[in-house]
Design a protein around this ligand. Structure first.
Ligand SMILES: Nc1ncnc2c1ncn2[C@@H]1O[C@H](COP(=O)(O)OP(=O)(O)O)[C@@H](O)[C@H]1O
Ligand SMILES: [Mg+2]
Length: 316
């Protein structure tokens, strides 16, 4: 792909438009090529027709369109995996949490979604031959449950340099759903200036759930969530990064829209997530992870535990 092409090289993009795009975090051709004309119009203050023209030019420049299966195959060869710390868990995932895709982790309160988010934020920093990618993390924390001390514990348990482990996690707290979307946009810039291998959004849906409460707002909420996930998927593909999002399932059906057994966000979140993991509490301190509708892997379950050192096998 032509990395050396500047925004100004796209036909129809003047210096003013390029500046607006850069200010909003759209620095790469790919991010322009994959926008909707409405989005681009909004960001760069352009009419729909003009915006569509620019998108078409960006796509031409990138040669987007049909690939041969061989190209797809080559892209997939670059896919990498982050290990969880529990071999059985990794196995149901085909070796770990994969790059170039969104992995959705859903489950009830206390099912270990946040623990897994912390663990992967540490593990992605490990060398490649030790289950990591030797890369950094963007962590969007929407429930104020990111705990640096937990990172410290997990990093120490693996004899890692704790300061470095903490420094390598670019963390931001999202105060509402719009802010969360803005942070995902800003993550594009962080990904350009740092070697990011993992983007975590914990929780993906909590702010959306509280910002769009009425039944009449459901459609708007789903539309925003879809846009948010598109931004995340672009990050995953453009930077060969793993994206992990969490989604809380309510045990009280009264607090839910629609089917209480389904994760919040319904088909929008499910559709945008290539890998869906359902976590649940089991006897004693055990947790069960179930891989749900993967495009190429069988459904499977794994048992793990949470310990001081993090995610561990059940017999640890
Ligand atoms: N140091 C620890 N040792 C053992 N278990 C822990 C530790 N820290 C957290 N946990 C477990 O993790 C659970 C919280 O998981 P969490 O990831 O916050 O859930 P959620 O799915 O709601 O994000 C706690 O209930 C506790 O059982
Ligand atoms: Mg949590």
């Amino acid at each position: 792909m032509s990395d050396d092409v500047e925004l100004e090289d796209i036909k129809g993009v003047g210096s003013k438009t390029a500046e607006k795009l850069r200010d909003s975090g759209y620095e790469e051709l790919m991010s322009i090529a994959t926008m909707s004309s409405g989005e681009l119009g909004e960001v760069a203050d352009l009419g729909d027709k003009k915006a569509q023209g620019i998108i078409t030019e960006a796509r031409k420049e990138l040669d987007l369109g049909f690939d041969s299966a061989k190209d797809r195959y080559d892209d997939r060869q670059e896919m990498q995996r982050i290990e969880t710390g529990c071999e059985e868990f990794d196995e149901i995932l085909g070796g770990g949490v994969e790059t170039q895709a969104i992995t959705e982790v859903y489950g009830e309160y206390g099912s270990a979604k946040t623990q897994l988010s912390h663990q992967l934020s540490v593990n992605v920093q490990r060398p490649e031959d030790e289950g990591g990618l030797d890369r950094e993390v963007v962590y969007i924390d929407t429930e104020d449950t990111f705990i640096p001390d937990r990172i410290e514990q997990m990093a120490e348990a693996q004899d890692m340099d704790v300061d470095k482990a903490l420094d390598n996690i670019h963390v931001a707290r999202a105060f509402n759903s719009d802010h969360q979307m803005l942070l995902a946009d800003e993550a594009q810039e962080i990904c350009q200036n740092n070697d990011i291998g993992l983007v975590v959004v914990d929780s993906l849906t909590a702010q959306f759930r509280s910002d769009y409460v009425g039944r009449g707002e459901l459609a708007q909420r789903q539309q925003k969530l879809n846009k948010h996930m598109n931004t995340l998927l672009r990050l995953a593909n453009a930077h060969n990064a793993a994206v992990l999002v969490t989604n809380q399932v309510m045990s009280n059906p009264d607090q839910m829209f629609g089917d209480p057994t389904k994760a919040i966000g319904g088909h929008i979140v499910a559709h945008n997530s290539a890998i869906r993991l359902y976590l649940r509490k089991s006897k004693k301190d055990k947790r069960i992870a179930r891989l749900v509708d993967s495009p190429y892997m069988p459904e499977g379950e794994a048992v793990f535990k949470v310990a001081d050192r993090g995610i561990v096998p059940e017999d640890f």
